[in-house]
Write a protein that binds this ligand. Structure first.
Ligand code: GLN
Length: 503
């Protein structure tokens, strides 16, 4: 286990969640000092456009309260550790926009369960993070919100190369962790939005089994797929955060699973000797860029050195996951987004003739192009006459994709492959081509459709020196095993500790 580094010899922003929690508990540093340090750093690196809300007085008040609990011996497991939240989680004290003009300036009367659970362990909120509008996207170029320190809406930049996208939709989350503007962040993953930005920014992220983290207070995109998870620099840090985030929430999220809270740190150091890693042959076809393939091959060799056994498996419906996801997710989105009608909350058009006109103008003004595209696709596939042809077929194939995983897990304990076919692309490169964006989701969608836990672990570097993540997928409730496999890898490698130049 890594020893906590002394804050006197390391800048505070070099410490991860685990090390910071220890330094705080042993009073080597105060929560207020830590919060001030990160707030200042976020200001000096506003060029990344990652933060959409910062309110120092609120953060510092939370830090003071954390210091008081440390002093009185009532500290939580993460007391005083600062975390920034993807702006898809509603928060009482910070505005919540979900990256949309529709919710500009919106203030929620309550905190999302995940936010409240982290706060209950002493987490201090640094601010809210940029994301694709309603979490729809893979590049963060779909945000409609102007970031702190900018005078116009611009996409989040990747700290490894500011001309590149950080990934999406949790791009702000990945960027701040990679740039050490926050030791950790929350993210959400509907079809890859934790894993893909984590891979593109060289950090570690985990999406738990669908239903382990409450969706209450997460602005809904596709309810049968949306899951929250942590993004941090190491698997050890993710384990600490995930333990605090998960747990049943039966009164508030009917899909939350009745599975007790779990300490995901307990098995981190277990040996992975004999671990059977399944390598899906469909993840290594022509579409996979050679630089990404080389990094993944190198990581798999490292796993063999650690005692794991590599087994070729098949996930035969991998390609179908794209049409299936891009039917089901828009269908659910079109239903979820019907609540934004200018009546209950959010934007309302100023000039209109009657109620129907108010709805139309409000939605035309409030939603961006990608969101409108998905609402139209969703309404179409759910409409009478097309429901059977598209939506029902997609649901059937979704079940087959989940069954394919169950067959695969007869032969292996964990599945490994690339997170994305390429490294992070240039800002603007695919912004006019939605289908090109959709195709790049191919390796994250199958696990999402099956509701499986998945992670991205820094595994090397590819073209242009950009980070490459290896994806680990486990069977239901195997989060601890994934974190264990990731932690052992991180003890043997240094990719997760590499930092982008200038940060
Ligand atoms: N890129 C996928 C999409 O655009 C996934 C997004 C997500 O996981 N929130 O839908």
């Amino acid at each position: 286990m890594t020893q906590p580094q002394s804050p006197s010899t390391h800048a505070l922003h070099d410490l991860g969640v685990h090390a910071l929690a220890q330094a705080l508990r042993s009073k080597q540093v105060s929560a207020v000092e830590v919060a001030q340090h990160f707030l200042k750093r976020s200001q000096t690196h506003a060029e990344l456009s990652a933060y959409v809300a910062i309110q120092p007085e609120i953060t510092l008040a939370q830090a003071h309260a954390a210091d008081a609990r440390i002093a009185s011996g009532t500290a939580g497991t993460l007391e005083g550790v600062p975390v920034a939240h993807k702006d898809i989680f509603v928060t009482k004290e910070f505005v919540t926009t979900a990256g949309s003009r529709m919710l500009k300036g919106y203030r929620s009367p309550f905190d999302a369960t995940v936010v409240a659970k982290l706060a209950a362990q002493g987490v201090v909120t640094l601010g809210k993070l940029n994301c694709d509008e309603f979490a729809m996207g893979s590049s963060n170029e779909n945000t409609a919100i102007c970031a702190i320190g900018q005078d116009q809406v611009v996409p989040v930049r990747n700290p490894w190369n500011k001309d590149r996208i950080p990934g999406g939709s949790s791009g702000g989350s990945a960027a701040v962790v990679a740039a050490r503007l926050s030791p950790a962040a929350t993210g959400t993953d509907t079809g890859g939005s934790i894993r893909q930005p984590a891979s593109f920014c060289g950090i570690t992220g985990i999406k738990p089994t669908y239903g382990r983290a409450s969706r209450y207070g997460m602005v809904a995109f596709a309810s049968s797929l949306d899951q929250a998870g942590p993004m941090a620099r190491s698997a050890q840090d993710c384990a600490l955060l995930l333990s605090a985030m998960c747990g049943p929430d039966p009164d508030r999220d009917s899909t939350s699973l009745d599975v007790p809270e779990e300490d995901f740190s307990l098995k981190l150091n277990d040996s992975i000797e004999g671990l059977r890693i399944g390598i899906p042959k469909e993840f290594f076809g022509d579409g996979l860029a050679s630089d990404v393939r080389a990094a993944i091959d190198g990581a798999l060799k490292e796993y063999e050195r650690l005692g794991a056994k590599l087994i070729t498996i098949s996930l035969p419906r991998t390609e179908l996951s794209i049409p299936v996801y891009y039917i089901i997710a828009p269908a659910e989105a079109s239903s979820n987004l019907s609540r934004f009608d200018g009546v209950k909350f959010g934007h309302r058009a100023k000039n209109f003739t009657d109620l129907a006109d108010m709805y139309k103008k409000t939605r035309a003004e409030g939603f961006g192009d990608e969101v409108k595209r998905r609402i139209m696709i969703g309404a179409y596939v759910l409409s009478h006459g097309y429901y059977d042809a598209y939506y029902l077929q997609a649901q059937k194939i979704r079940r087959m994709i989940a069954d394919d995983f169950q067959s695969a897990f007869q032969e292996c304990d964990v599945i490994a492959g690339p997170v994305a076919p390429t490294v992070a692309w240039k800002i603007g490169e695919k912004s006019d081509d939605p289908v090109a964006n959709y195709l790049a989701d191919i390796f994250t969608l199958p696990g999402s459709l099956a509701g499986l836990p998945g992670m991205s672990v820094p595994a090397g570097f590819g073209e242009g020196g950009m980070p490459v993540g290896i994806q680990l997928l486990g069977n239901y409730f195997q989060e601890a095993r994934l974190l264990n496999a990731a932690h052992r890898f991180q003890q043997a490698t240094n990719f997760h500790a590499e930092r982008p130049a200038g940060f």
